[in-house]
Ligand binder design. Structure first.
Ligand code: SF4
Length: 382
């Protein structure tokens, strides 16, 4: 019997760069995009040959960059290559990331024809001023039109991303954004606290003090507002940043958090397979030419995790989930009882109101207060 495998497919192109972005993505012409897609299809064929006898694909995530910035037809051709070289299960969750001003009716039909059944869209904020400050090139109206376009063709499994804590973003901006998404009936919402990455235009501005981040208290109140409002509206916070209506959790995200096997395809894509982590080169010309001339995948980093690293990862990823850390499963995996080994640390975290223990299921679960200082809890337990 084949084991489950998830695929992440990276499309490293955007129509412009956002001011806070440090992802591997470039503004490129159609010729480069074509060459990249050809190389990516070769990688899919190579990996399919290696893995399809042992694995079947349960989820696929086409991320970026902005996959919807590819010219029409290319996403379909990538997916055709996947179906040709891998066994994909019938009800596989297949997500594509899109940006609101890159979607057309033709692209939506193409994606649906290619089996895509979930769309993750970057709204980030409903305020025109903040979108401009972020360097986003779409408007709120583009987002509304895209949602309508998807629904007209029957694609209702939509997720929206929201950024919390951008310079000059206020609690009112966040409230208006969340209310808008609720009114639209979007069933999955991801709220990410801004992380400032070195070398981005935003970090330069912050270093020059020409802009400043909101107070930490404000960001905490933004996050708490999202938790309260979305929970009241019937969403479940199933991970620190992710909220879903029943039946709309992202299966692909859960693969990362539960440390199941996933294979990254494309530029800078990361994989976790057979207890090993590896990643492809981040250099776009090198990725294309290496595959074109060697017929092999340009893996630049490969690492077999030590038991200690595996334990750390396990604790870190499981505590991000609202289901928490399954102490029995941890014992089965590593032969250690955390209740015994970390008795004093757990007692201290409980006393500080950061975690609770579900004694019926033997899970360690972060509280609302705990989710805000998750890194501290993780440090204490590893
Ligand atoms: S759309 Fe996403 S990947 Fe592209 S520049 Fe903006 S944040 Fe980065």
């Amino acid at each position: 019997m084949r084991k489950g495998l998830s695929l992440y497919i990276h499309i490293p192109f955007c129509n412009s760069k956002c001011n806070y972005c440090s992802f591997t993505s470039f503004v490129s012409n159609d010729e480069i995009k074509d060459r990249y897609v050809s190389a990516l299809k070769k990688e899919i064929a190579i990996r399919g040959k290696e893995l399809s006898a042992q694995y079947e694909v349960t989820t696929i995530y086409i991320g970026g960059g902005t996959p919807s910035s590819l010219p029409g037809g290319l996403i379909k051709s990538i997916m055709q290559e996947v179906y040709k070289h891998f066994v994909v299960i019938n009800n596989a969750e297949i997500t594509i990331e899109v940006n609101p001003n890159t979607l057309t009716k033709e692209k939506v039909s193409e994606y649906m024809f290619a089996g895509i059944n979930r769309v993750s869209m970057g709204l980030q904020c409903a305020s025109k001023t903040i979108l401009e400050k972020m360097g986003r090139t779409h408007t709120l109206d583009d987002f509304l039109k895209s949602v309508q376009m998807l629904r007209e063709q029957g694609l209702n499994n939509i997720s929206a991303d929201v950024i919390l804590g951008y310079p000059e973003e206020t609690l009112t901006d966040v409230k208006l954004t969340i209310e808008l998404l609720l009114k639209l009936g979007i069933p999955h919402i991801s709220t990410y606290m801004l992380s400032v990455e070195e070398g981005t235009p935003l970090s330069v501005k912050l270093n020059h003090k020409t802009t400043q981040l909101p107070e930490e208290e404000t960001v905490v109140s933004m996050y708490n507002y999202c938790v309260d409002r979305l929970t009241k509206a019937g969403f479940e916070r199933y991970e620190v940043s992710n909220f879903a209506k029943p039946g709309f959790r992202s299966k692909h995200n859960e693969v990362y958090w539960k440390r199941y096997n996933y294979l990254g395809l494309g530029l800078a894509a990361h994989s976790f397979l057979k207890h090993q982590r590896f990643s492809n080169t981040k250099d776009l010309p090198a990725y294309i030419t290496y595959i074109e001339s060697n017929g092999d995948v340009p893996v630049v980093e490969a690492k077999k995790l030590t038991k200690e690293e595996e334990k750390e990862e396990w604790i870190m990823l499981m505590l991000r989930r609202s289901d928490g850390l399954d102490v029995d499963a941890y014992k089965k995996e590593f032969g250690e009882n955390l209740f015994v080994k970390k008795k004093n640390q757990l007692a201290m975290l409980i006393k500080n109101g950061l975690i609770i223990i579900n004694t019926q299921t033997n899970h360690i679960i972060a509280t609302n207060k705990g989710f805000l200082v998750l890194n501290k809890i993780i440090e204490t337990l590893v």
